[in-house]
Design a protein around this ligand. Sequence first.
Ligand code: FAS
Ligand code: PHB
Length: 392
Amino acid sequence: MPAPTLRTQVGIIGAGPAGLLLGQVLARAGIESVVIEAQSRAYVESRVRAGLMEHDACQQMRDAGVGERMDREGLVHHGIVLRFGGTSHRIPLTDLAGGRHVTVYGQQEVVKDLIAARLADGLPLFFDAQAHAIGAIDTARPTVGFHHDGADHVLECDIIAGADGFHGISRDAMPADMMRVFERVYPFAWLGILAEAPPVSHELVYASHDRGFALASMRSPKITRLYLQCAPDENLADWPDTRIWDELDTRLAGKLTRGPILQRGITPLRSFVAEPMRAGRLFLLGDAAHIVPPTGAKGLNLAFADVHVLSAALVAFFRTGTTSGLDSYSETALRRVWKAERFSWWMTTLLHRFDAYSPFERRMQQAELDYLTTSRAGMTTIAENYVGLPLL
Ligand code: FAS
Ligand code: PHB
């Protein structure tokens, strides 16, 4: 790799929730970083993805000094509804999860708030900058090669944070003989729409229907966010607006208020974990290390949980030279990752239609839903996982 042209303490690849929150927390601790992002600012701020923040993720935003708009505009929710067999069952999250709640606040808003804070502080954040090489991770001077503004650059750092998502380069920079990958690809996808119409309910509705799963969420009192289970190779062109709305009406058993569809997309569902999350001076966080099916609303929140562990380890390292937090990062982060993977897999298996299921297995799904929603213990396990298990 050519001679370094830039130098910092922590090189962060990716300006998604993981990379941006890490940079913000480190900056407040006086630790320098450079964020390298392949896409434009407009692109990353417009990507419609996660919508729901766990109790502790919201506190992380406040602790990082970027929670003000979230607290003003976010929608605090104290319950969710599971709908099956023609009946709706409310899970009183806050009553069952020690007073904790969740907040509906779109990922693109989180990203906007973090980018605005970083730029307001004049901290280095390169957009349209594609990282293409990671080197020397077994030395004290690892490097990131990236292309920006028509030129190749080399960033030399003390630590590299691989926050470049599932399709980034960081996971591939880990020594192949060290890695173990665990994966489950589900036999369905989600067709999601964002529409200018009031939400179907003031709380989220997760529906298990014979025709398939559906989810009614929201972004504001005037913007609804809706999903329906579809085939993994579904073609959006086969889903004109009327068909989407009619299918949602059927599965959610409501006459949804319809409106202009502002965004639509198909998201494949997978569970994925790459172990370990650290090799030398390279640390993976967020989707670069793990993916969950969105049924449990854990993707963004897991990225934040990784930041909680890694940022504490980095602050201790740069302030005192201790490496204990860095050495235990992967094991500590993975303990919570796997619990969120379990919950996301469990909610997905519970609520979706599996064509390969026998009539007996479909009855087991229905009996489990019936038990969970008529048992305090059953509802409590949903509640404590949904609002978020304690950060480690
Ligand atoms: P991200 O993918 O958000 O960010 C990684 C960043 O790295 C991107 O901006 C990318 O451009 C950049 N990058 C990649 N390669 C690079 C390179 N070589 N050089 C420089 N930069 C590079 N989660 C939920 O909880 N609920 C949902 O409803 C939900 N819906 C989703 C829908 C879709 C279509 C997708 C893809 C994900 C969804 N998720 C959802 C999960 C999502 O929210 C992730 O968990 C979250 O974005 C994770 O954040 P990061 O780890 O920061 O990764
Ligand atoms: C969303 O609002 O996008 C959302 C909410 C909860 C989920 C998945 C997606 O489980």
